[in-house]
Design a protein around this ligand. Structure first.
Ligand code: URA
Length: 431
């Protein structure tokens, strides 16, 4: 099959056969189809969409592009994935919680994508921590400590690794079939029986409306269920960044606070809610599950799992116990409230873009990032502020991107005369 013909077919709104998808995606994975043709094709998919059948076919082609893990004899396997948000460090907290609760997490995560952060980039803030494990190690570590977490690799769903990096820098991320196939190919290849999906909705998410979020959730749940997995999706708010920190090292610091039981309310509640979903999928009574989940953040058991996990993947575990070791950029600047009032909104997209501007994400494939930069929310929506009071703090490296970041954050801040209603964090569920 001629690749330009396939690009043209999608450009003109056609429907691909599974064989056509294999030609494109497996050819690209093998390095035979170049980035520029796949970039053009991704844009055509972005603009023309895919049918449910094409999305399901694409997911399976991607899942089968490398090895498929057999976690068969591991107890209570569970995987979790977010569709992407700003300040969304949930996986850093939830996965050790799940391990502490007796479940087994063997998970594949991504790097930053567009304006959203990625678990792998965050964990690489810890010196020597590696996202690369052999398949044997991946399974052995999951057996030993209940948690292994790898990045996209040549072994598992390599097609997603390559497509993800290309989408990140070609404005082709926020597209239902591309997100659904990206996430579910990783989840199917890494083998867990139960999959908990956190579908983000709002200004800082790729799905900005609840209806679009529901549609994405439904597509992913259907693909997973069809493949014999137990899938639960929770739709959660992403108008405002989650917690207070956005930026790689800063988010690890906040995750460590949360693992010590001192996390921000929204982040803690989300982690507990997702843990309850995972336990409930294994038949546990939700009330008991909630109490057990909360306890892991109070009794140090989730933190202990995180420490063991960091060390098992080569990381310097002393960072877990001494957060002062993290290399946080020394530059500081603040965004202040222009008037008295209440925080109406802090636009998550602006915050995500500000982190990118400061150097915390990529504009080109494979670019190095600065883990130490980011944004701290000193206030959250509905809190009272006085004119001139600091609302956000920027952590910058020698002024790089500072002006652009300040402008984005100022534009993304709204102050209202009365306390606005805050969205509930959990908007809906799809099973
Ligand atoms: N997370 C993923 O792994 N892939 C996407 O496309 C979006 C979020």
């Amino acid at each position: 099959i001629h690749i330009p013909d396939l690009i043209q077919k999608k450009r003109d709104g056609g429907t691909h056969t599974r064989q056509e998808l294999e030609t494109l995606i497996l050819g690209f994975t093998r390095g035979e189809v170049p980035d520029y043709q796949v970039s053009a094709w991704l844009m055509a998919v972005f603009l023309k969409g895919m049918t449910a059948q094409e999305t399901a076919d694409m997911t399976l082609v991607m899942a089968e592009s490398g090895d498929q893990m057999n976690l068969g004899d591991l107890p209570k396997t569970v995987d979790k994935h977010s569709t992407g948000g700003v300040g969304d460090k949930t996986s850093l907290i939830l996965t050790p919680m799940l391990a502490a609760l007796g479940l087994t997490v063997a998970k594949m995560s991504g790097r930053g994508l567009a304006h959203t952060g990625g678990t792998i980039d965050k964990l690489e803030s810890i010196p020597n921590w590696t996202p690369e494990l052999s398949e044997e190690r991946f399974i052995e570590q999951a057996r030993e400590i209940g948690l292994s977490l790898v990045g996209q690799s040549k072994a598992l769903a390599p097609a997603d690794g390559k497509l993800y990096a290309l989408r990140d820098v070609t404005a082709t991320v926020a597209c239902l079939p591309l997100i659904a196939s990206s996430i579910m190919s990783k989840k199917l290849a890494s083998g867990a029986h139960t999959i908990v999906l956190d579908v983000k909705v709002g200004a800082g998410a790729f799905m900005t409306t609840l209806d679009a979020g529901r549609e994405l959730a439904r597509a992913m749940v259907d693909i997973g269920t069809h493949a014999g997995r137990q899938v639960r999706a929770v739709l959660t708010d992403m108008d405002t960044p989650l917690g207070h920190m956005a930026g790689n090292s800063l988010e690890v610091l906040e995750a460590l606070d949360t693992l010590r039981g001192h996390g921000p309310h929204d982040l803690t509640e989300l982690c507990v809610a997702l843990a309850v979903e995972a336990l409930a999928a294994y038949g546990e009574d939700p009330q008991q599950a909630e109490a057990r989940a909360r306890a892991t953040l109070q009794d140090g058991s989730a933190l202990a799992k995180f420490r063991a996990f960091v060390a098992a993947q080569g990381g310097d575990a002393s960072y877990v116990d001494d957060p002062n070791k993290f290399d946080i950029a020394a530059g500081r600047a603040e965004v202040t409230a222009p008037t008295d009032g209440f925080i109406g909104g802090i636009d998550a997209l602006s915050v995500g873009r500000a982190v990118l501007a400061l150097g915390g994400g990529r504009e080109r494939k494979g670019e190095a990032i600065d883990h130490g930069v980011g944004v701290e929310l000193l206030k959250k929506p509905s809190e009272a502020v006085k004119a001139g009071e600091a609302v956000m703090r920027l952590y910058h490296r020698d002024g790089r991107g500072l002006e652009a970041a300040l402008k984005l954050l100022q534009d993304g801040l709204s102050i209202s005369p009365s306390a606005p209603q805050v969205h509930p964090l959990i908007l809906d569920r799809v099973n």
